[in-house]
Design a protein around this ligand. Structure first.
Ligand code: ADP
Ligand code: MG
Length: 243
């Protein structure tokens, strides 16, 4: 489903991603862990071109993009393959929960308003937010806003969902409801790449965990074995200082 090859990204002289290679299968749930500043967010942002890679290729399903030379159409096509869920939800504040989902469909995809509304309501139901369809983000808790953001990401029928620390900004008692929704999606065989600090969740839900440090993939493996039996010293140190 995803194939990243020799992906590099610099900010000035700072090489934030160093020749990353990554393959993810259809339906696979992969968690990315690692210290702050190791390039996790940049990797996700490169996958949907929120950041422009300096070199390497990115393939998602049938769309392949060479970062050295690509045109606007290839860029648009690759962007459509994924949808991002951010730490801070990034909902439109002046739109209701339902409008947050329907607006991009009506404006971006020229979907008919009635169809967008029905589809939007069905997505809100999927994340347990149907009862809040007409409320504005400010009247919702962080966990509820994040569930709307997940519904909005699903709306464009992406091939892969990219989560960047989706529960990091939430009150502890709100983390669970978002993780529950993600668990449900994982069981529906949706391909997901999740940057997270929730080790228990990663261990339980992810098929595979990738440990990043300083712009490289230091270690990856089956979720349970990487957490319980890390091989690399950096992984061991990282996991130890979490407990
Ligand atoms: P992580 O998500 O693992 O915490 P990031 O991908 O956010 O790491 O950042 C990796 C490194 O790249 C950090 O040193 C960060 O300061 C730097 N960085 C990220 N975005 C930018 C940017 N837009 N401009 C300059 N440096 C950046
Ligand atoms: Mg980050």
């Amino acid at each position: 489903m995803i194939n990243v090859s020799h992906l590099s990204k610099r900010f000035g002289n700072h090489e934030v991603l160093k020749e990353i290679n990554l393959t993810i299968k259809q339906g696979e749930v992969v968690a990315i862990i690692g210290p702050s500043g190791s390039g996790k967010s940049t990797l996700l942002r490169c996958l949907n071109l929120l950041e422009k890679p300096n070199s390497g290729t990115i393939a998602i399903d049938q769309v392949i993009l060479n970062s050295q030379h690509y045109n606007h159409k290839q860029e648009t096509n690759l962007r459509k393959q994924s949808a991002m869920v951010f730490q801070h939800y990034n909902l439109f504040k002046n739109k209701t929960a339902l409008e947050n989902i329907t607006y991009p469909l009506i404006v971006g995809q020229k979907m008919a308003k009635d169809e967008a509304k029905q589809y939007g309501l069905s997505l809100l139901e999927r994340v347990g937010m149907l009862a809040y369809a007409n409320q504005y983000p400010i009247t919702l808790s962080g966990g509820q806003q994040q569930r709307v953001a997940i519904a909005r990401a699903l709306a464009v029928r992406p091939k892969v969902l990219l989560f960047d620390e989706p529960t990091s900004a939430l009150d502890p008692e709100r983390v669970h409801e978002v993780l529950q929704v993600m668990l449900k999606l994982a069981k529906e065989n949706i391909t997901m790449l999740i940057v997270t600090h929730e080790m228990e969740f990663a261990k339980y839900v992810a098929d595979r965990i990738i440990f990043m440090s300083n712009g490289i993939i230091v270690e990856e493996g089956q979720a349970k074995s990487l957490i319980d039996n890390p091989q690399h010293e950096l992984t061991q140190r990282f996991l130890r200082q979490l407990t």
